[in-house]
Every structure is written in structure tokens, then in C-alpha cells.
Design a protein around this ligand. Structure first.
Ligand code: TYM
Length: 334
């Protein structure tokens, strides 16, 4: 052991992850299992913070796990489980909630956005305390680093604050986690609105490339992506946000620098560039889609992977919670 620990989570709120999830998070998760002590979680309790259907949630939890395995997570190299299988997440969330100011929680921009979208009277208390449960996820495992996209930065800042506050008040207990955010892929934008984040909850279907989309659908969506005035393939965040987003995607998937890609399409215009990018995305996702289908064909085996991961996760989380209880003045659990 002795290697740095990473922890991250993803919500099972759709029938497929999308290109933003993949490039911003999942791909790093796969890479990091080689060099880190890696723990990954399908955060199904977070998915309960907005109205949901139980059968759909159950299905999507499996679909999420299957996609993560399909993308390359290996239970021999990492721990993969579903949040609800480890009761310590909810337990630590309560403790941390008692250390969080109401105003502090009220400043979380994701809560403001999500509650505004559904009408703030409709928003649940669970949606309000969402970032506290997220802090519990991370702190339970004493994670050093948390691989996520840019949209999670504020939540990670709260996790750090809560770790420091607990340590200060009750004695050194938690590692203060650092964000692991790769700027080139940290905010993949909506294909139809390159100023907005590609988002499962707010982008239109045409603005999102799903990991499980058929190759033809992927090619078509990329071909129809909004590009900018002019014809020149060039990275320019302000003047050409659409082309810049596509260049970043191309670069992340091909491993070539943005400038090199732009130079190679200098004379061919947007059409050829988008056609090639469509191929690249379709070719990257096709094997993931096939492997995901294989995992989904055997739900018992999939459940067994999650259960085994949960057992391993609990060995760590139980220890953390025992220390937390002692520090907080709570007697041991029965
Ligand atoms: P979620 O499920 O919304 O998204 C999963 C991951 O995908 C990243 N992401 C993106 N990255 C780049 N460009 C995009 N357009 C894009 N859209 C999404 C997200 O940043 C995230 O890393 N609150 C978290 C889930 C969570 C969690 C945790 C994460 C719960 N507990 C503990 C880390 C640690 C979320 O909603 O992710």
C-alpha cells in the first residue's frame, strides 16, 4: 500500500453516461486505478434527491456499474460499489451536517440551479444537503484526491472545509482531499449550446453524446454540432466556443495537441473535421458499449461485483466511523 488514495462518485440518473462524464471523470478513474489506491462509487442515494422511480433507479444503478466496468474499471485494481450498500455514508453525513452552517449550504450553486429549475418550493431537503453527503463519501475513505469535472469544484471546497473543521474541533481525523481536475477536459460543453455544460439534466438530446449511443447516432450528433462563424478550424474560446469544444474532445481522444489537430484541418473546413471527430468518438465508444451490454446480460454477476466492492469499502468506512463516533462523544454502535 502506501499509494495515494483516490475516491470519486457518479450519479445513476440517466440510462447512459455522456461524453462529458467520460472525458471529465470516468477516463481518469480508469487511468488512476493503475497508480493509486482507487475507490469508486455509484452514488444512488444522491440520485434520490430529485423525484425518481424506484425500479428505474435500481436499473440505472446496474447500468452505471456496467458502463464503468465497460469503460475499463477492473475490480482487481479498484473498489467499485453502490453508495447505499455502505450505511456509513449516511451516518457520516449526519455528523457533517451538524457541522455545516445553513448559510454555507445555501451558497452551493448546484443547489440553487437545480432547485430553481424545479421550482424552489419543490426542492427536497435531500437536495439541499446533497453536498454534505458528498463530503461524507470522500472523507469516509480518507481520500487524498478526487477526480471530477469543473462543476464539482465548489462541492469539493465544502468537503475540504468540513474536514478541516472536524479536525480542528475534535482532533486530527480526516485527510483534507484535493480536487483532481484536468483543465483540458473539465468542462465539455453542450453540442448545441457551446456556452453551456453538457449536462444530463439540462442539455437537449442533440446536445449530448451518450456513451451508449449507437455509432450512427454519434456520427450524426457530431456532424450537427453547432460550429461558429467562419470556416477555419482553430481554438479560440471566445470567438469560436463550438469549434474549441470539438477540438478539445478530439485532442483528448486522439492524444494529439489541439494546435496540431487544428493545423491538419487548416484547409479542409468544418465538415471534414466533424466527420473525422464523429468517427473517433464512435470508435472509442463502440467497444465500451459492447462490453457494457455483456455485463448487463448477467445482472447477478454484476450485483456480485458491487457487493464484493461494498464489503471491501465497508472495511475502511467502518473504521473511520468508529473513530468519528469516539471523537464526537457517541458510544459504539450495537
Ligand atoms: P455527476 O454524476 O453529475 O457527474 C459525474 C462526473 O462527470 C463530471 N462531468 C463533466 N465533466 C466534464 N464536462 C462535463 N460536461 C461534465 N458533466 C459531468 C462531473 O464533474 C463528475 O465528476 N456530485 C457528483 C457525484 C458525487 C461525487 C461524490 C463525486 C457524489 N459524491 C464524491 C466525487 C466524490 C455529481 O453529481 O456527478
Amino acid at each position: 500500500m502506501g499509494s495515494r488514495r483516490v475516491f470519486s462518485g457518479i450519479q445513476p440518473t440517466a440510462d447512459s453516461f455522456h461524453l462529458g462524464n467520460y472525458l471529465g471523470a470516468v477516463r481518469q478513474w480508469v487511468d488512476l486505478q493503475e497508480s493509486r489506491d482507487a475507490i469508486y462509487c455509484v452514488v444512488n442515494m444522491h440520485a434520490m434527491t430529485v423525484p425518481y422511480d424506484p425500479l428505474t433507479l435500481r436499473r440505472r444503478t446496474r447500468v452505471a456499474a456496467a458502463q464503468l466496468l465497460g469503460a475499463g474499471l477492473d475490480p482487481e485494481r479498484c473498489i467499485l460499489f453502490a453508495q447505499s450498500q455502505v450505511p456509513e455514508h449516511a451516518q457520516l453525513s449526519w455528523v457533517l451536517g451538524c457541522l455545516t452552517g445553513f448559510g454555507e449550504a445555501n451558497r452551493m450553486t448546484q443547489f440553487k440551479d437545480k432547485s430553481a429549475r424545479g421550482g424552489s418550493e419543490q426542492a427536497s431537503v435531500g437536495l439541499f444537503t446533497y453536498p454534505i453527503l458528498q463530503a461524507a463519501d470522500i472523507l469516509l475513505y480518507q481520500a487524498d484526491e478526487v477526480p471530477v469535472g469543473e462543476d464539482q469544484r465548489q462541492h469539493l471546497e465544502l468537503s475540504r472545509t468540513l474536514a478541516q473543521r472536524f479536525n480542528h474541533r475534535f482532533g486530527q481525523t480526516f485527510v483534507v482531499p484535493a480536487p483532481y481536475i484536468l483543465s483540458a477536459v473539465s468542462k465539455i460543453t453542450d453540442l448545441q449550446d457551446p456556452t453551456a455544460k453538457m449536462s444530463k439534466s439540462s442539455s437537449p438530446p442533440q446536445g449530448i453524446v451518450d456513451l451508449l449511443d449507437e455509432p450512427d447516432v454519434i456520427r450524426r450528433k457530431i456532424a450537427r454540432a453547432v460550429t461558429d462563424a467562419g470556416t477555419e478550424v482553430r481554438a479560440d474560446e471566445d470567438a469560436k466556443p463550438g469549434v474549441t469544444n470539438l477540438l478539445r474532445i478530439y485532442s483528448a481522444l486522439s492524444g494529439s495537441p489541439v494546435e496540431e489537430i487544428a493545423a491538419s484541418y487548416a484547409t479542409s473546413g468544418y465538415g471534414t473535421f466533424k466527420k473525422d471527430l464523429g468517427e473517433l468518438v464512435a470508435d472509442t465508444f463502440a467497444p465500451i458499449r459492447e462490453r457494457t451490454a455483456k455485463y448487463l446480460a448477467d445482472p447477478d454477476a454484476l450485483d456480485a461485483v458491487l457487493m464484493d466492492g461494498a464489503r471491501r469499502a465497508r472495511q475502511i468506512s467502518r473504521e473511520t466511523m468508529a473513530v468519528v463516533r469516539a471523537r464526537c462523544g457517541l458510544p459504539p454502535v450495537a
